[in-house]
Design a protein around this ligand. Sequence first.
Ligand SMILES: Nc1ncnc2c1ncn2[C@@H]1O[C@H](COP(=O)(O)OP(=O)(O)OP(=O)(O)O)[C@@H](O)[C@H]1O
Ligand SMILES: [Mg+2]
Length: 226
Amino acid sequence: MLRLSGVGKQYGPPDRPTPVLRDISFSLADGTFCAVVGPSGSGKSTLMNIIGLLDRPTSGRVDLDGIAVDFASPETTARLRNQTLGFVFQAFHLLPRLTAWENVALPLLYRRTERRERRGRALDMLGQVGLADRADHRPGELSGGQKQRVALARALVGRPRLILADEPTGSLDSVTANEVMSLLSDLNRRLGLTIVMVTHDQALAARCDRRIEVLDGRIVLDTAAA
Ligand SMILES: Nc1ncnc2c1ncn2[C@@H]1O[C@H](COP(=O)(O)OP(=O)(O)OP(=O)(O)O)[C@@H](O)[C@H]1O
Ligand SMILES: [Mg+2]
């Protein structure tokens, strides 16, 4: 479903560029749960931002479902992002004044879905992540693991095919991190969801189908290619 070919990214002025990603190539089959690992500053988040169509590569190409992404067109990338991708972040990014279900329903609000359907789908998604009984709680009344499950439900509510998770367990203790990981595995299997997850936790990475290791902006290990 996803293919990167010779993707490079550099920052800074063209005459003194700082390369952050170099010649990144891999493809990801539907239904894969893939971990991205590597030291701090190696380029993992930059890579996720390119896969997430939030940032454009300096060179190379990205294909989604066999079609090259046109990074020059913000409308195209926004539409693909809304229709295909769901995002989960380390810091949850929930809105504190909204209840759990309202947070989950936000992407539907942006699509102008009517309230009854928004609430119905949000409650359904909260059920999928085991939080049906917390729908009317605000983020401040939830534990870290529960917040991340709400964020995951929000990522899922638009029915994406690819979930991009940048250190989704990075703010959680190890027991809670394992629970969130089990939930991701379960969604991967049950819904056939494709997931790319950045993690610093080798034990969690080992539970994925595939592991891509990044060092200095290059892929130094890809278990699928090994
Ligand atoms: N907008 C930017 N302008 C210039 N340099 C940047 C920019 N964004 C990231 N970088 C640099 O790119 C490199 C990779 O950053 P990135 O955030 O992708 O690392 P990371 O692997 O996600 O690290 P961490 O594990 O700490 O999250 C770093 O050296 C960083 O300083
Ligand atoms: Mg990062």
